[in-house]
Write a protein that binds this ligand. Structure first.
Ligand code: GLC
Length: 553
């Protein structure tokens, strides 16, 4: 396994620029707004910001459709705003990580425009001459992966929306362009990249899939399109020529990486430093949102622990419970207890002390919750609209489909950040581009900043404990082993040198008796008022977190 690198000490905060803070009153968050809020982030204790895309874009997928990788979207500001943000964040000891979206571009990118007439750029994308849709693959956002080129018997390929044509990574000239974009941003002083949808880069042979998985006769790309053999050569080159150009931290959105490739992805010489896994985050549905599961705490525990154990021999992962594609974690994992601060704190602590680099998504530190919408017109997110259509096509009642979409919509994580209890949560002086959650008068940053018992204060404590506490090195570098426990408890042991941390996180409604493995009472940390230990027994209160720390003689 590789030696722990510099970034082992990072705590990363994800910002969705459109929804963070609007400095100019147009209802859309912007870079200058982020700069104004840096002191809030500094006080929280984070060390790096992952900025969701802020490049020029028609915004069909809120910036994940880039039309110029070297320009800032005008709604988010200017390149001067970006330079200022990098500078001002740096002054506060905070680094900036960008979102590198290079599986596809926007169809409004100059390359794509030229591709329609110029053979050199034509090969930057994936075109097939055909008088019919070339195969039965379903795109991630629904419908075929092929879009007809107007006036021609030709189609182009898109993993996501038709306005997000896939780049042709088989073409060395395209790869050279991507590498030069990476270097250009590193020269500007960014500290790394979160690399979008990267396991889709290499395509299968475009053959018709014999087993469709929907009434549309198509097969979902998510069943076979990830981590296709041969992808390694592209990633290797991207790392060597791009990421290795300057010290930086890279994290891959790595759906579907095969276990035998873990070492190649994040081992000592891996293509990336970290990767994100989605097994635990997506435990609440099967295949698509129309198929919810009745998951249990035990299954959640097993998914988390399996991944931790699988990745440990090779390297590290990014640990998270929320991002801009997920719903609010409190609503997802805690159900009826979504607004119970004790439960929200335990949820935070549970993932925060796993082995890996913790990522916090904006608003998670306030315990934000989902927002139930009534009409499809209230949704902005592409996939929510797709799921609505598909649900209706499948003959499901409207109310059922609405419920399922509310349960999973990507808009849940994208509601504007509630800075205070005033109009529109102080997010904007205009009209917000997306409605705020109904709870903002209660759940907002200003009120929580004042309250030492708040979830925000708790996140500060969590970060400080991991970063600077007495047991910090054990959290950062320590190995992890799952501990056997009650079916509603997630429990693990972190070990480093002569230090041990026994960690229990209860999601149960009742108090539970835990038999202590051995004498482990050198120090302790817990949520809730009290800690009950008697001889070799710990009484874990409902939704309590307890960490018992031991220094071996
Ligand atoms: C990634 C992003 C998601 C986006 C998609 C297409 O999954 O996280 O938000 O829609 O890629 O770029």
């Amino acid at each position: 396994m590789k030696n722990a690198p510099w970034w082992i000490s990072e705590v990363i905060y994800q910002i969705y620029p459109k929804s963070f803070y609007d400095s100019d009153g147009d209802g859309i968050g912007d870079l200058a707004g982020i700069t104004q809020k840096l002191d809030y982030l500094k006080e929280l204790g984070i060390t790096m910001i992952w900025l969701s895309p802020c490049f020029q874009s028609p915004m069909v997928d809120n910036g994940y459709d880039v039309s110029d990788y070297r320009k800032i979207a005008p709604e988010f500001g200017s390149m001067e705003d970006m330079d200022r943000l990098i500078q001002e964040a740096g002054n506060r000891g905070i680094m900036i990580m960008l979102d590198l979206v290079v599986n596809h571009s926007s169809d409004e990118h100059e390359w794509f425009r030229k591709a329609l007439t110029d053979p050199f750029y034509h090969d930057f994308y994936i075109f097939k001459e055909s008088d019919h849709i070339p195969n039965n693959w379903r795109s991630v956002f629904g419908g075929t992966v092929w879009e007809k080129v107007p006036g021609k018997e030709e189609y182009y390929y898109h993993t996501f929306h038709r306005k997000q044509p896939d780049l042709n990574w088989e073409n060395p000239s395209l790869r050279k362009e991507v590498i030069s974009i990476v270097r250009w941003w590193l020269d500007k002083g960014v500290a790394g990249f979160r690399v979008d949808a990267i396991t889709f880069l290499k395509k299968e042979d475009y053959a018709i899939r014999p087993e469709p998985d929907g009434v549309d006769g198509r097969a979902s790309l998510t069943g076979f399109g990830y981590d296709v053999d041969g992808i390694g050569a592209f990633l290797e080159e991207l790392k060597k020529e791009g990421f290795d150009y300057k010290p930086c931290l890279t994290v891959a959105e790595a759906y579907g990486v095969k276990e035998e490739h873990f070492k190649d992805y994040i081992g000592d010489q891996g293509y990336f430093d970290l990767m994100f896994d989605f097994e635990a985050a997506d435990l609440d549905y099967e295949g698509d949102w129309l198929h919810p599961t009745n998951w249990t705490i035990r299954e959640w525990n097993d998914k988390l622990m399996n991944y931790q154990m699988k990745i440990q021999p090779y390297g590290w992962c990014g640990t998270f419970i929320e991002n801009h594609d997920q719903t609010r974690a409190a609503s997802k994992y805690l159900g009826d207890h979504a607004r119970n601060p004790e439960a929200v704190k335990t949820l935070g602590a549970m993932y925060f002390f796993l082995r890996g680099i913790p990522f916090i998504y904006q608003g998670q530190e306030l315990g934000m919750v989902n927002f139930s919408r009534e009409r499809i017109g209230q949704f902005d997110d592409l996939s929510s609209h797709d799921m609505w259509q598909r649900g209706l096509e499948q003959g499901l009642p409207k109310e059922t489909v609405m419920k399922l979409i509310n349960r999973r919509s990507r808009d849940q994580g994208r509601t504007p950040f509630p800075w205070n209890g005033e109009k529109y949560g102080g997010f904007t002086e205009g009209k917000p581009w997306l409605e705020l959650t109904r709870e903002y008068p209660d759940i907002n940053a200003a009120s929580q900043a004042e309250d030492p018992e708040s979830i925000l204060s708790f996140y500060k404590e969590l970060i400080a404990f991991r970063q600077h506490g007495k047991w910090s090195d054990c959290f950062k570098y320590g190995n992890i082993t799952p501990l056997k426990s009650h079916e509603k408890v997630i429990a693990y042991l972190r070990e480093y040198g002569d230090k041990r941390l026994y960690c229990w996180f209860s999601f149960a409604d009742e108090s539970l008796e835990i038999e202590l493995p051995e004498e482990c009472s050198d120090d302790s940390w817990h949520t809730g008022r009290d800690l009950y230990i008697k001889e070799d027994r710990l009484t874990l209160l409902p939704r309590q977190s307890v960490i018992l720390c031991q220094h071996l003689p």
